[in-house]
Design a protein around this ligand. Structure first.
Ligand code: GN1
Ligand code: MG
Length: 350
């Protein structure tokens, strides 16, 4: 049943399918490019429904958001209806799939220069601004996805259960101690929210640098990977871009001595983002340096919990992969933490 050829055939694809090949580097879904002899190629994706348990809600969010952006003249992904049901996904009751039009002559990057960061900042800011007045109600496809209190609790649960017997590793103990020192400070967003000082908005929640499509001249074409589009704090989108684009190395580079936070990328992205996200309140704006710390921290906690749980969530390529990712993100967190004053000074100067 999991034959991509068969599944692609369930959608209103134009042309004959010539080939289907794996695409991209996502850690959750399986993604393929469908080559056709028609005008368009397509992206076929198996939605990981162990993680996105409510695919109906997930696709509802995406359908509403893409329709809203298109209505405003923005560029966004186009999903094909399933021939049998007209819905934007197909299921055999067990696996879930969807197809979108492959955007031609588009490029993704794992690293960007300040110029591209500025464009990306503006595009992500405008993306949130476009969705600020969406009339539909969108749900949290992964409830409390970027809730730091929940992530901290999940780490505690993992430590308690020690399912993979990894708590005996001295390094694991040392990382745990380090992370715990900052837990309360990093849970600031949830406190501000409870105090009524911080709104939730429709955010992308996976603004990794490679989730932005550029054309060959560096113009932003559109934002992709809309799975985690849901109500969240703006820190999600600001922080995750910084986490991936401002790190001098990839999130799983074992050479942690090379991890650093690039201020030129921070500044360019912040400038673009603040220009694009015209709705930001003073509290949101003044906490952007916190967001730049929070996301490496949260990602470290998530990778670390997964390592302790025995690698049940993220795809791994080798047994210590999640530990390597954790070390990297912990190093990035410290690098960001030390630069908070400089980040604040820059944002104040804008
Ligand atoms: C996952 O699958 P991908 O690469 O889009 C994860 C993100 C993490 C990221 C870390 C639903 O995203 O939250 O930041 O890995 N997505 C989900 O690389 O958990
Ligand atoms: Mg994603």
């Amino acid at each position: 049943m999991n034959d991509p050829q068969f599944i692609a055939g369930q959608f209103a694809i134009v042309g004959n399918i010539l080939d289907i090949k794996p695409l991209g580097s996502g850690l959750i879904n399986d993604t393929f490019r469908v080559y056709t002899d028609g005008a368009d190629d397509y992206v076929l994706q198996r939605i990981n429904n162990a993680i996105f348990k409510d695919v109906e809600l997930l696709q509802h969010n995406i359908d509403c958001a893409t329709a809203h952006i298109r209505k405003k003249g923005g560029m966004t992904l186009t999903f094909l209806p399933c021939k049998a049901t007209g819905k934007s996904y197909w299921t055999d009751g067990e696996t879930y799939w969807r197809v979108s039009v492959f955007i031609k002559d588009s490029y993704t990057y794992d690293t960007v220069n300040p110029e591209y960061s500025y464009y990306a900042g503006k595009a992500f800011g405008q993306f949130e601004a476009m969705l600020a007045d969406i009339p539909d109600t969108l749900g949290e496809t992964i409830p409390d996805f970027h809730n730091m209190e929940l992530r901290a609790r999940q780490l505690k649960d993992a430590v308690q259960a020690d399912a993979a017997g990894r708590m005996k590793e001295p390094e694991v103990q040392a990382i745990l101690k380090d992370l715990q020192q900052y837990e309360e400070e990093m849970c600031k967003a949830e406190r501000l929210y409870r105090e009524g000082k911080l709104p939730k908005r429709i955010c992308h929640c996976d603004t990794k640098v490679n989730n932005m499509l550029f054309d060959k001249d560096g113009n932003v074409l559109c934002v992709i990977d809309l799975d985690t589009l849901m109500p969240s704090f703006v820190f999600s989108d600001f922080g995750d871009f910084m986490r991936t684009a401002a790190n001098t190395v990839a999130e799983d580079d074992p050479a942690i001595e090379k991890v650093a936070l690039r201020m030129d990328i921070f500044e360019a992205f912040a400038k673009g983002y603040i220009e694009g996200a015209t709705f930001l309140t003073p509290i949101e704006k003044e906490n952007l340096p916190y967001a730049a710390c929070l996301f490496p921290y949260m990602q470290a906690v998530r990778f670390f919990a997964d390592y302790i749980n025995g690698d049940t969530y993220y795809k791994i390529r080798y047994p210590e992969h999640n530990l390597v990712r954790t070390r990297n993100q912990v190093a990035l967190f410290h690098a960001a933490y030390e630069k908070q004053a400089a980040m604040k000074a820059y944002i104040d100067s804008l």
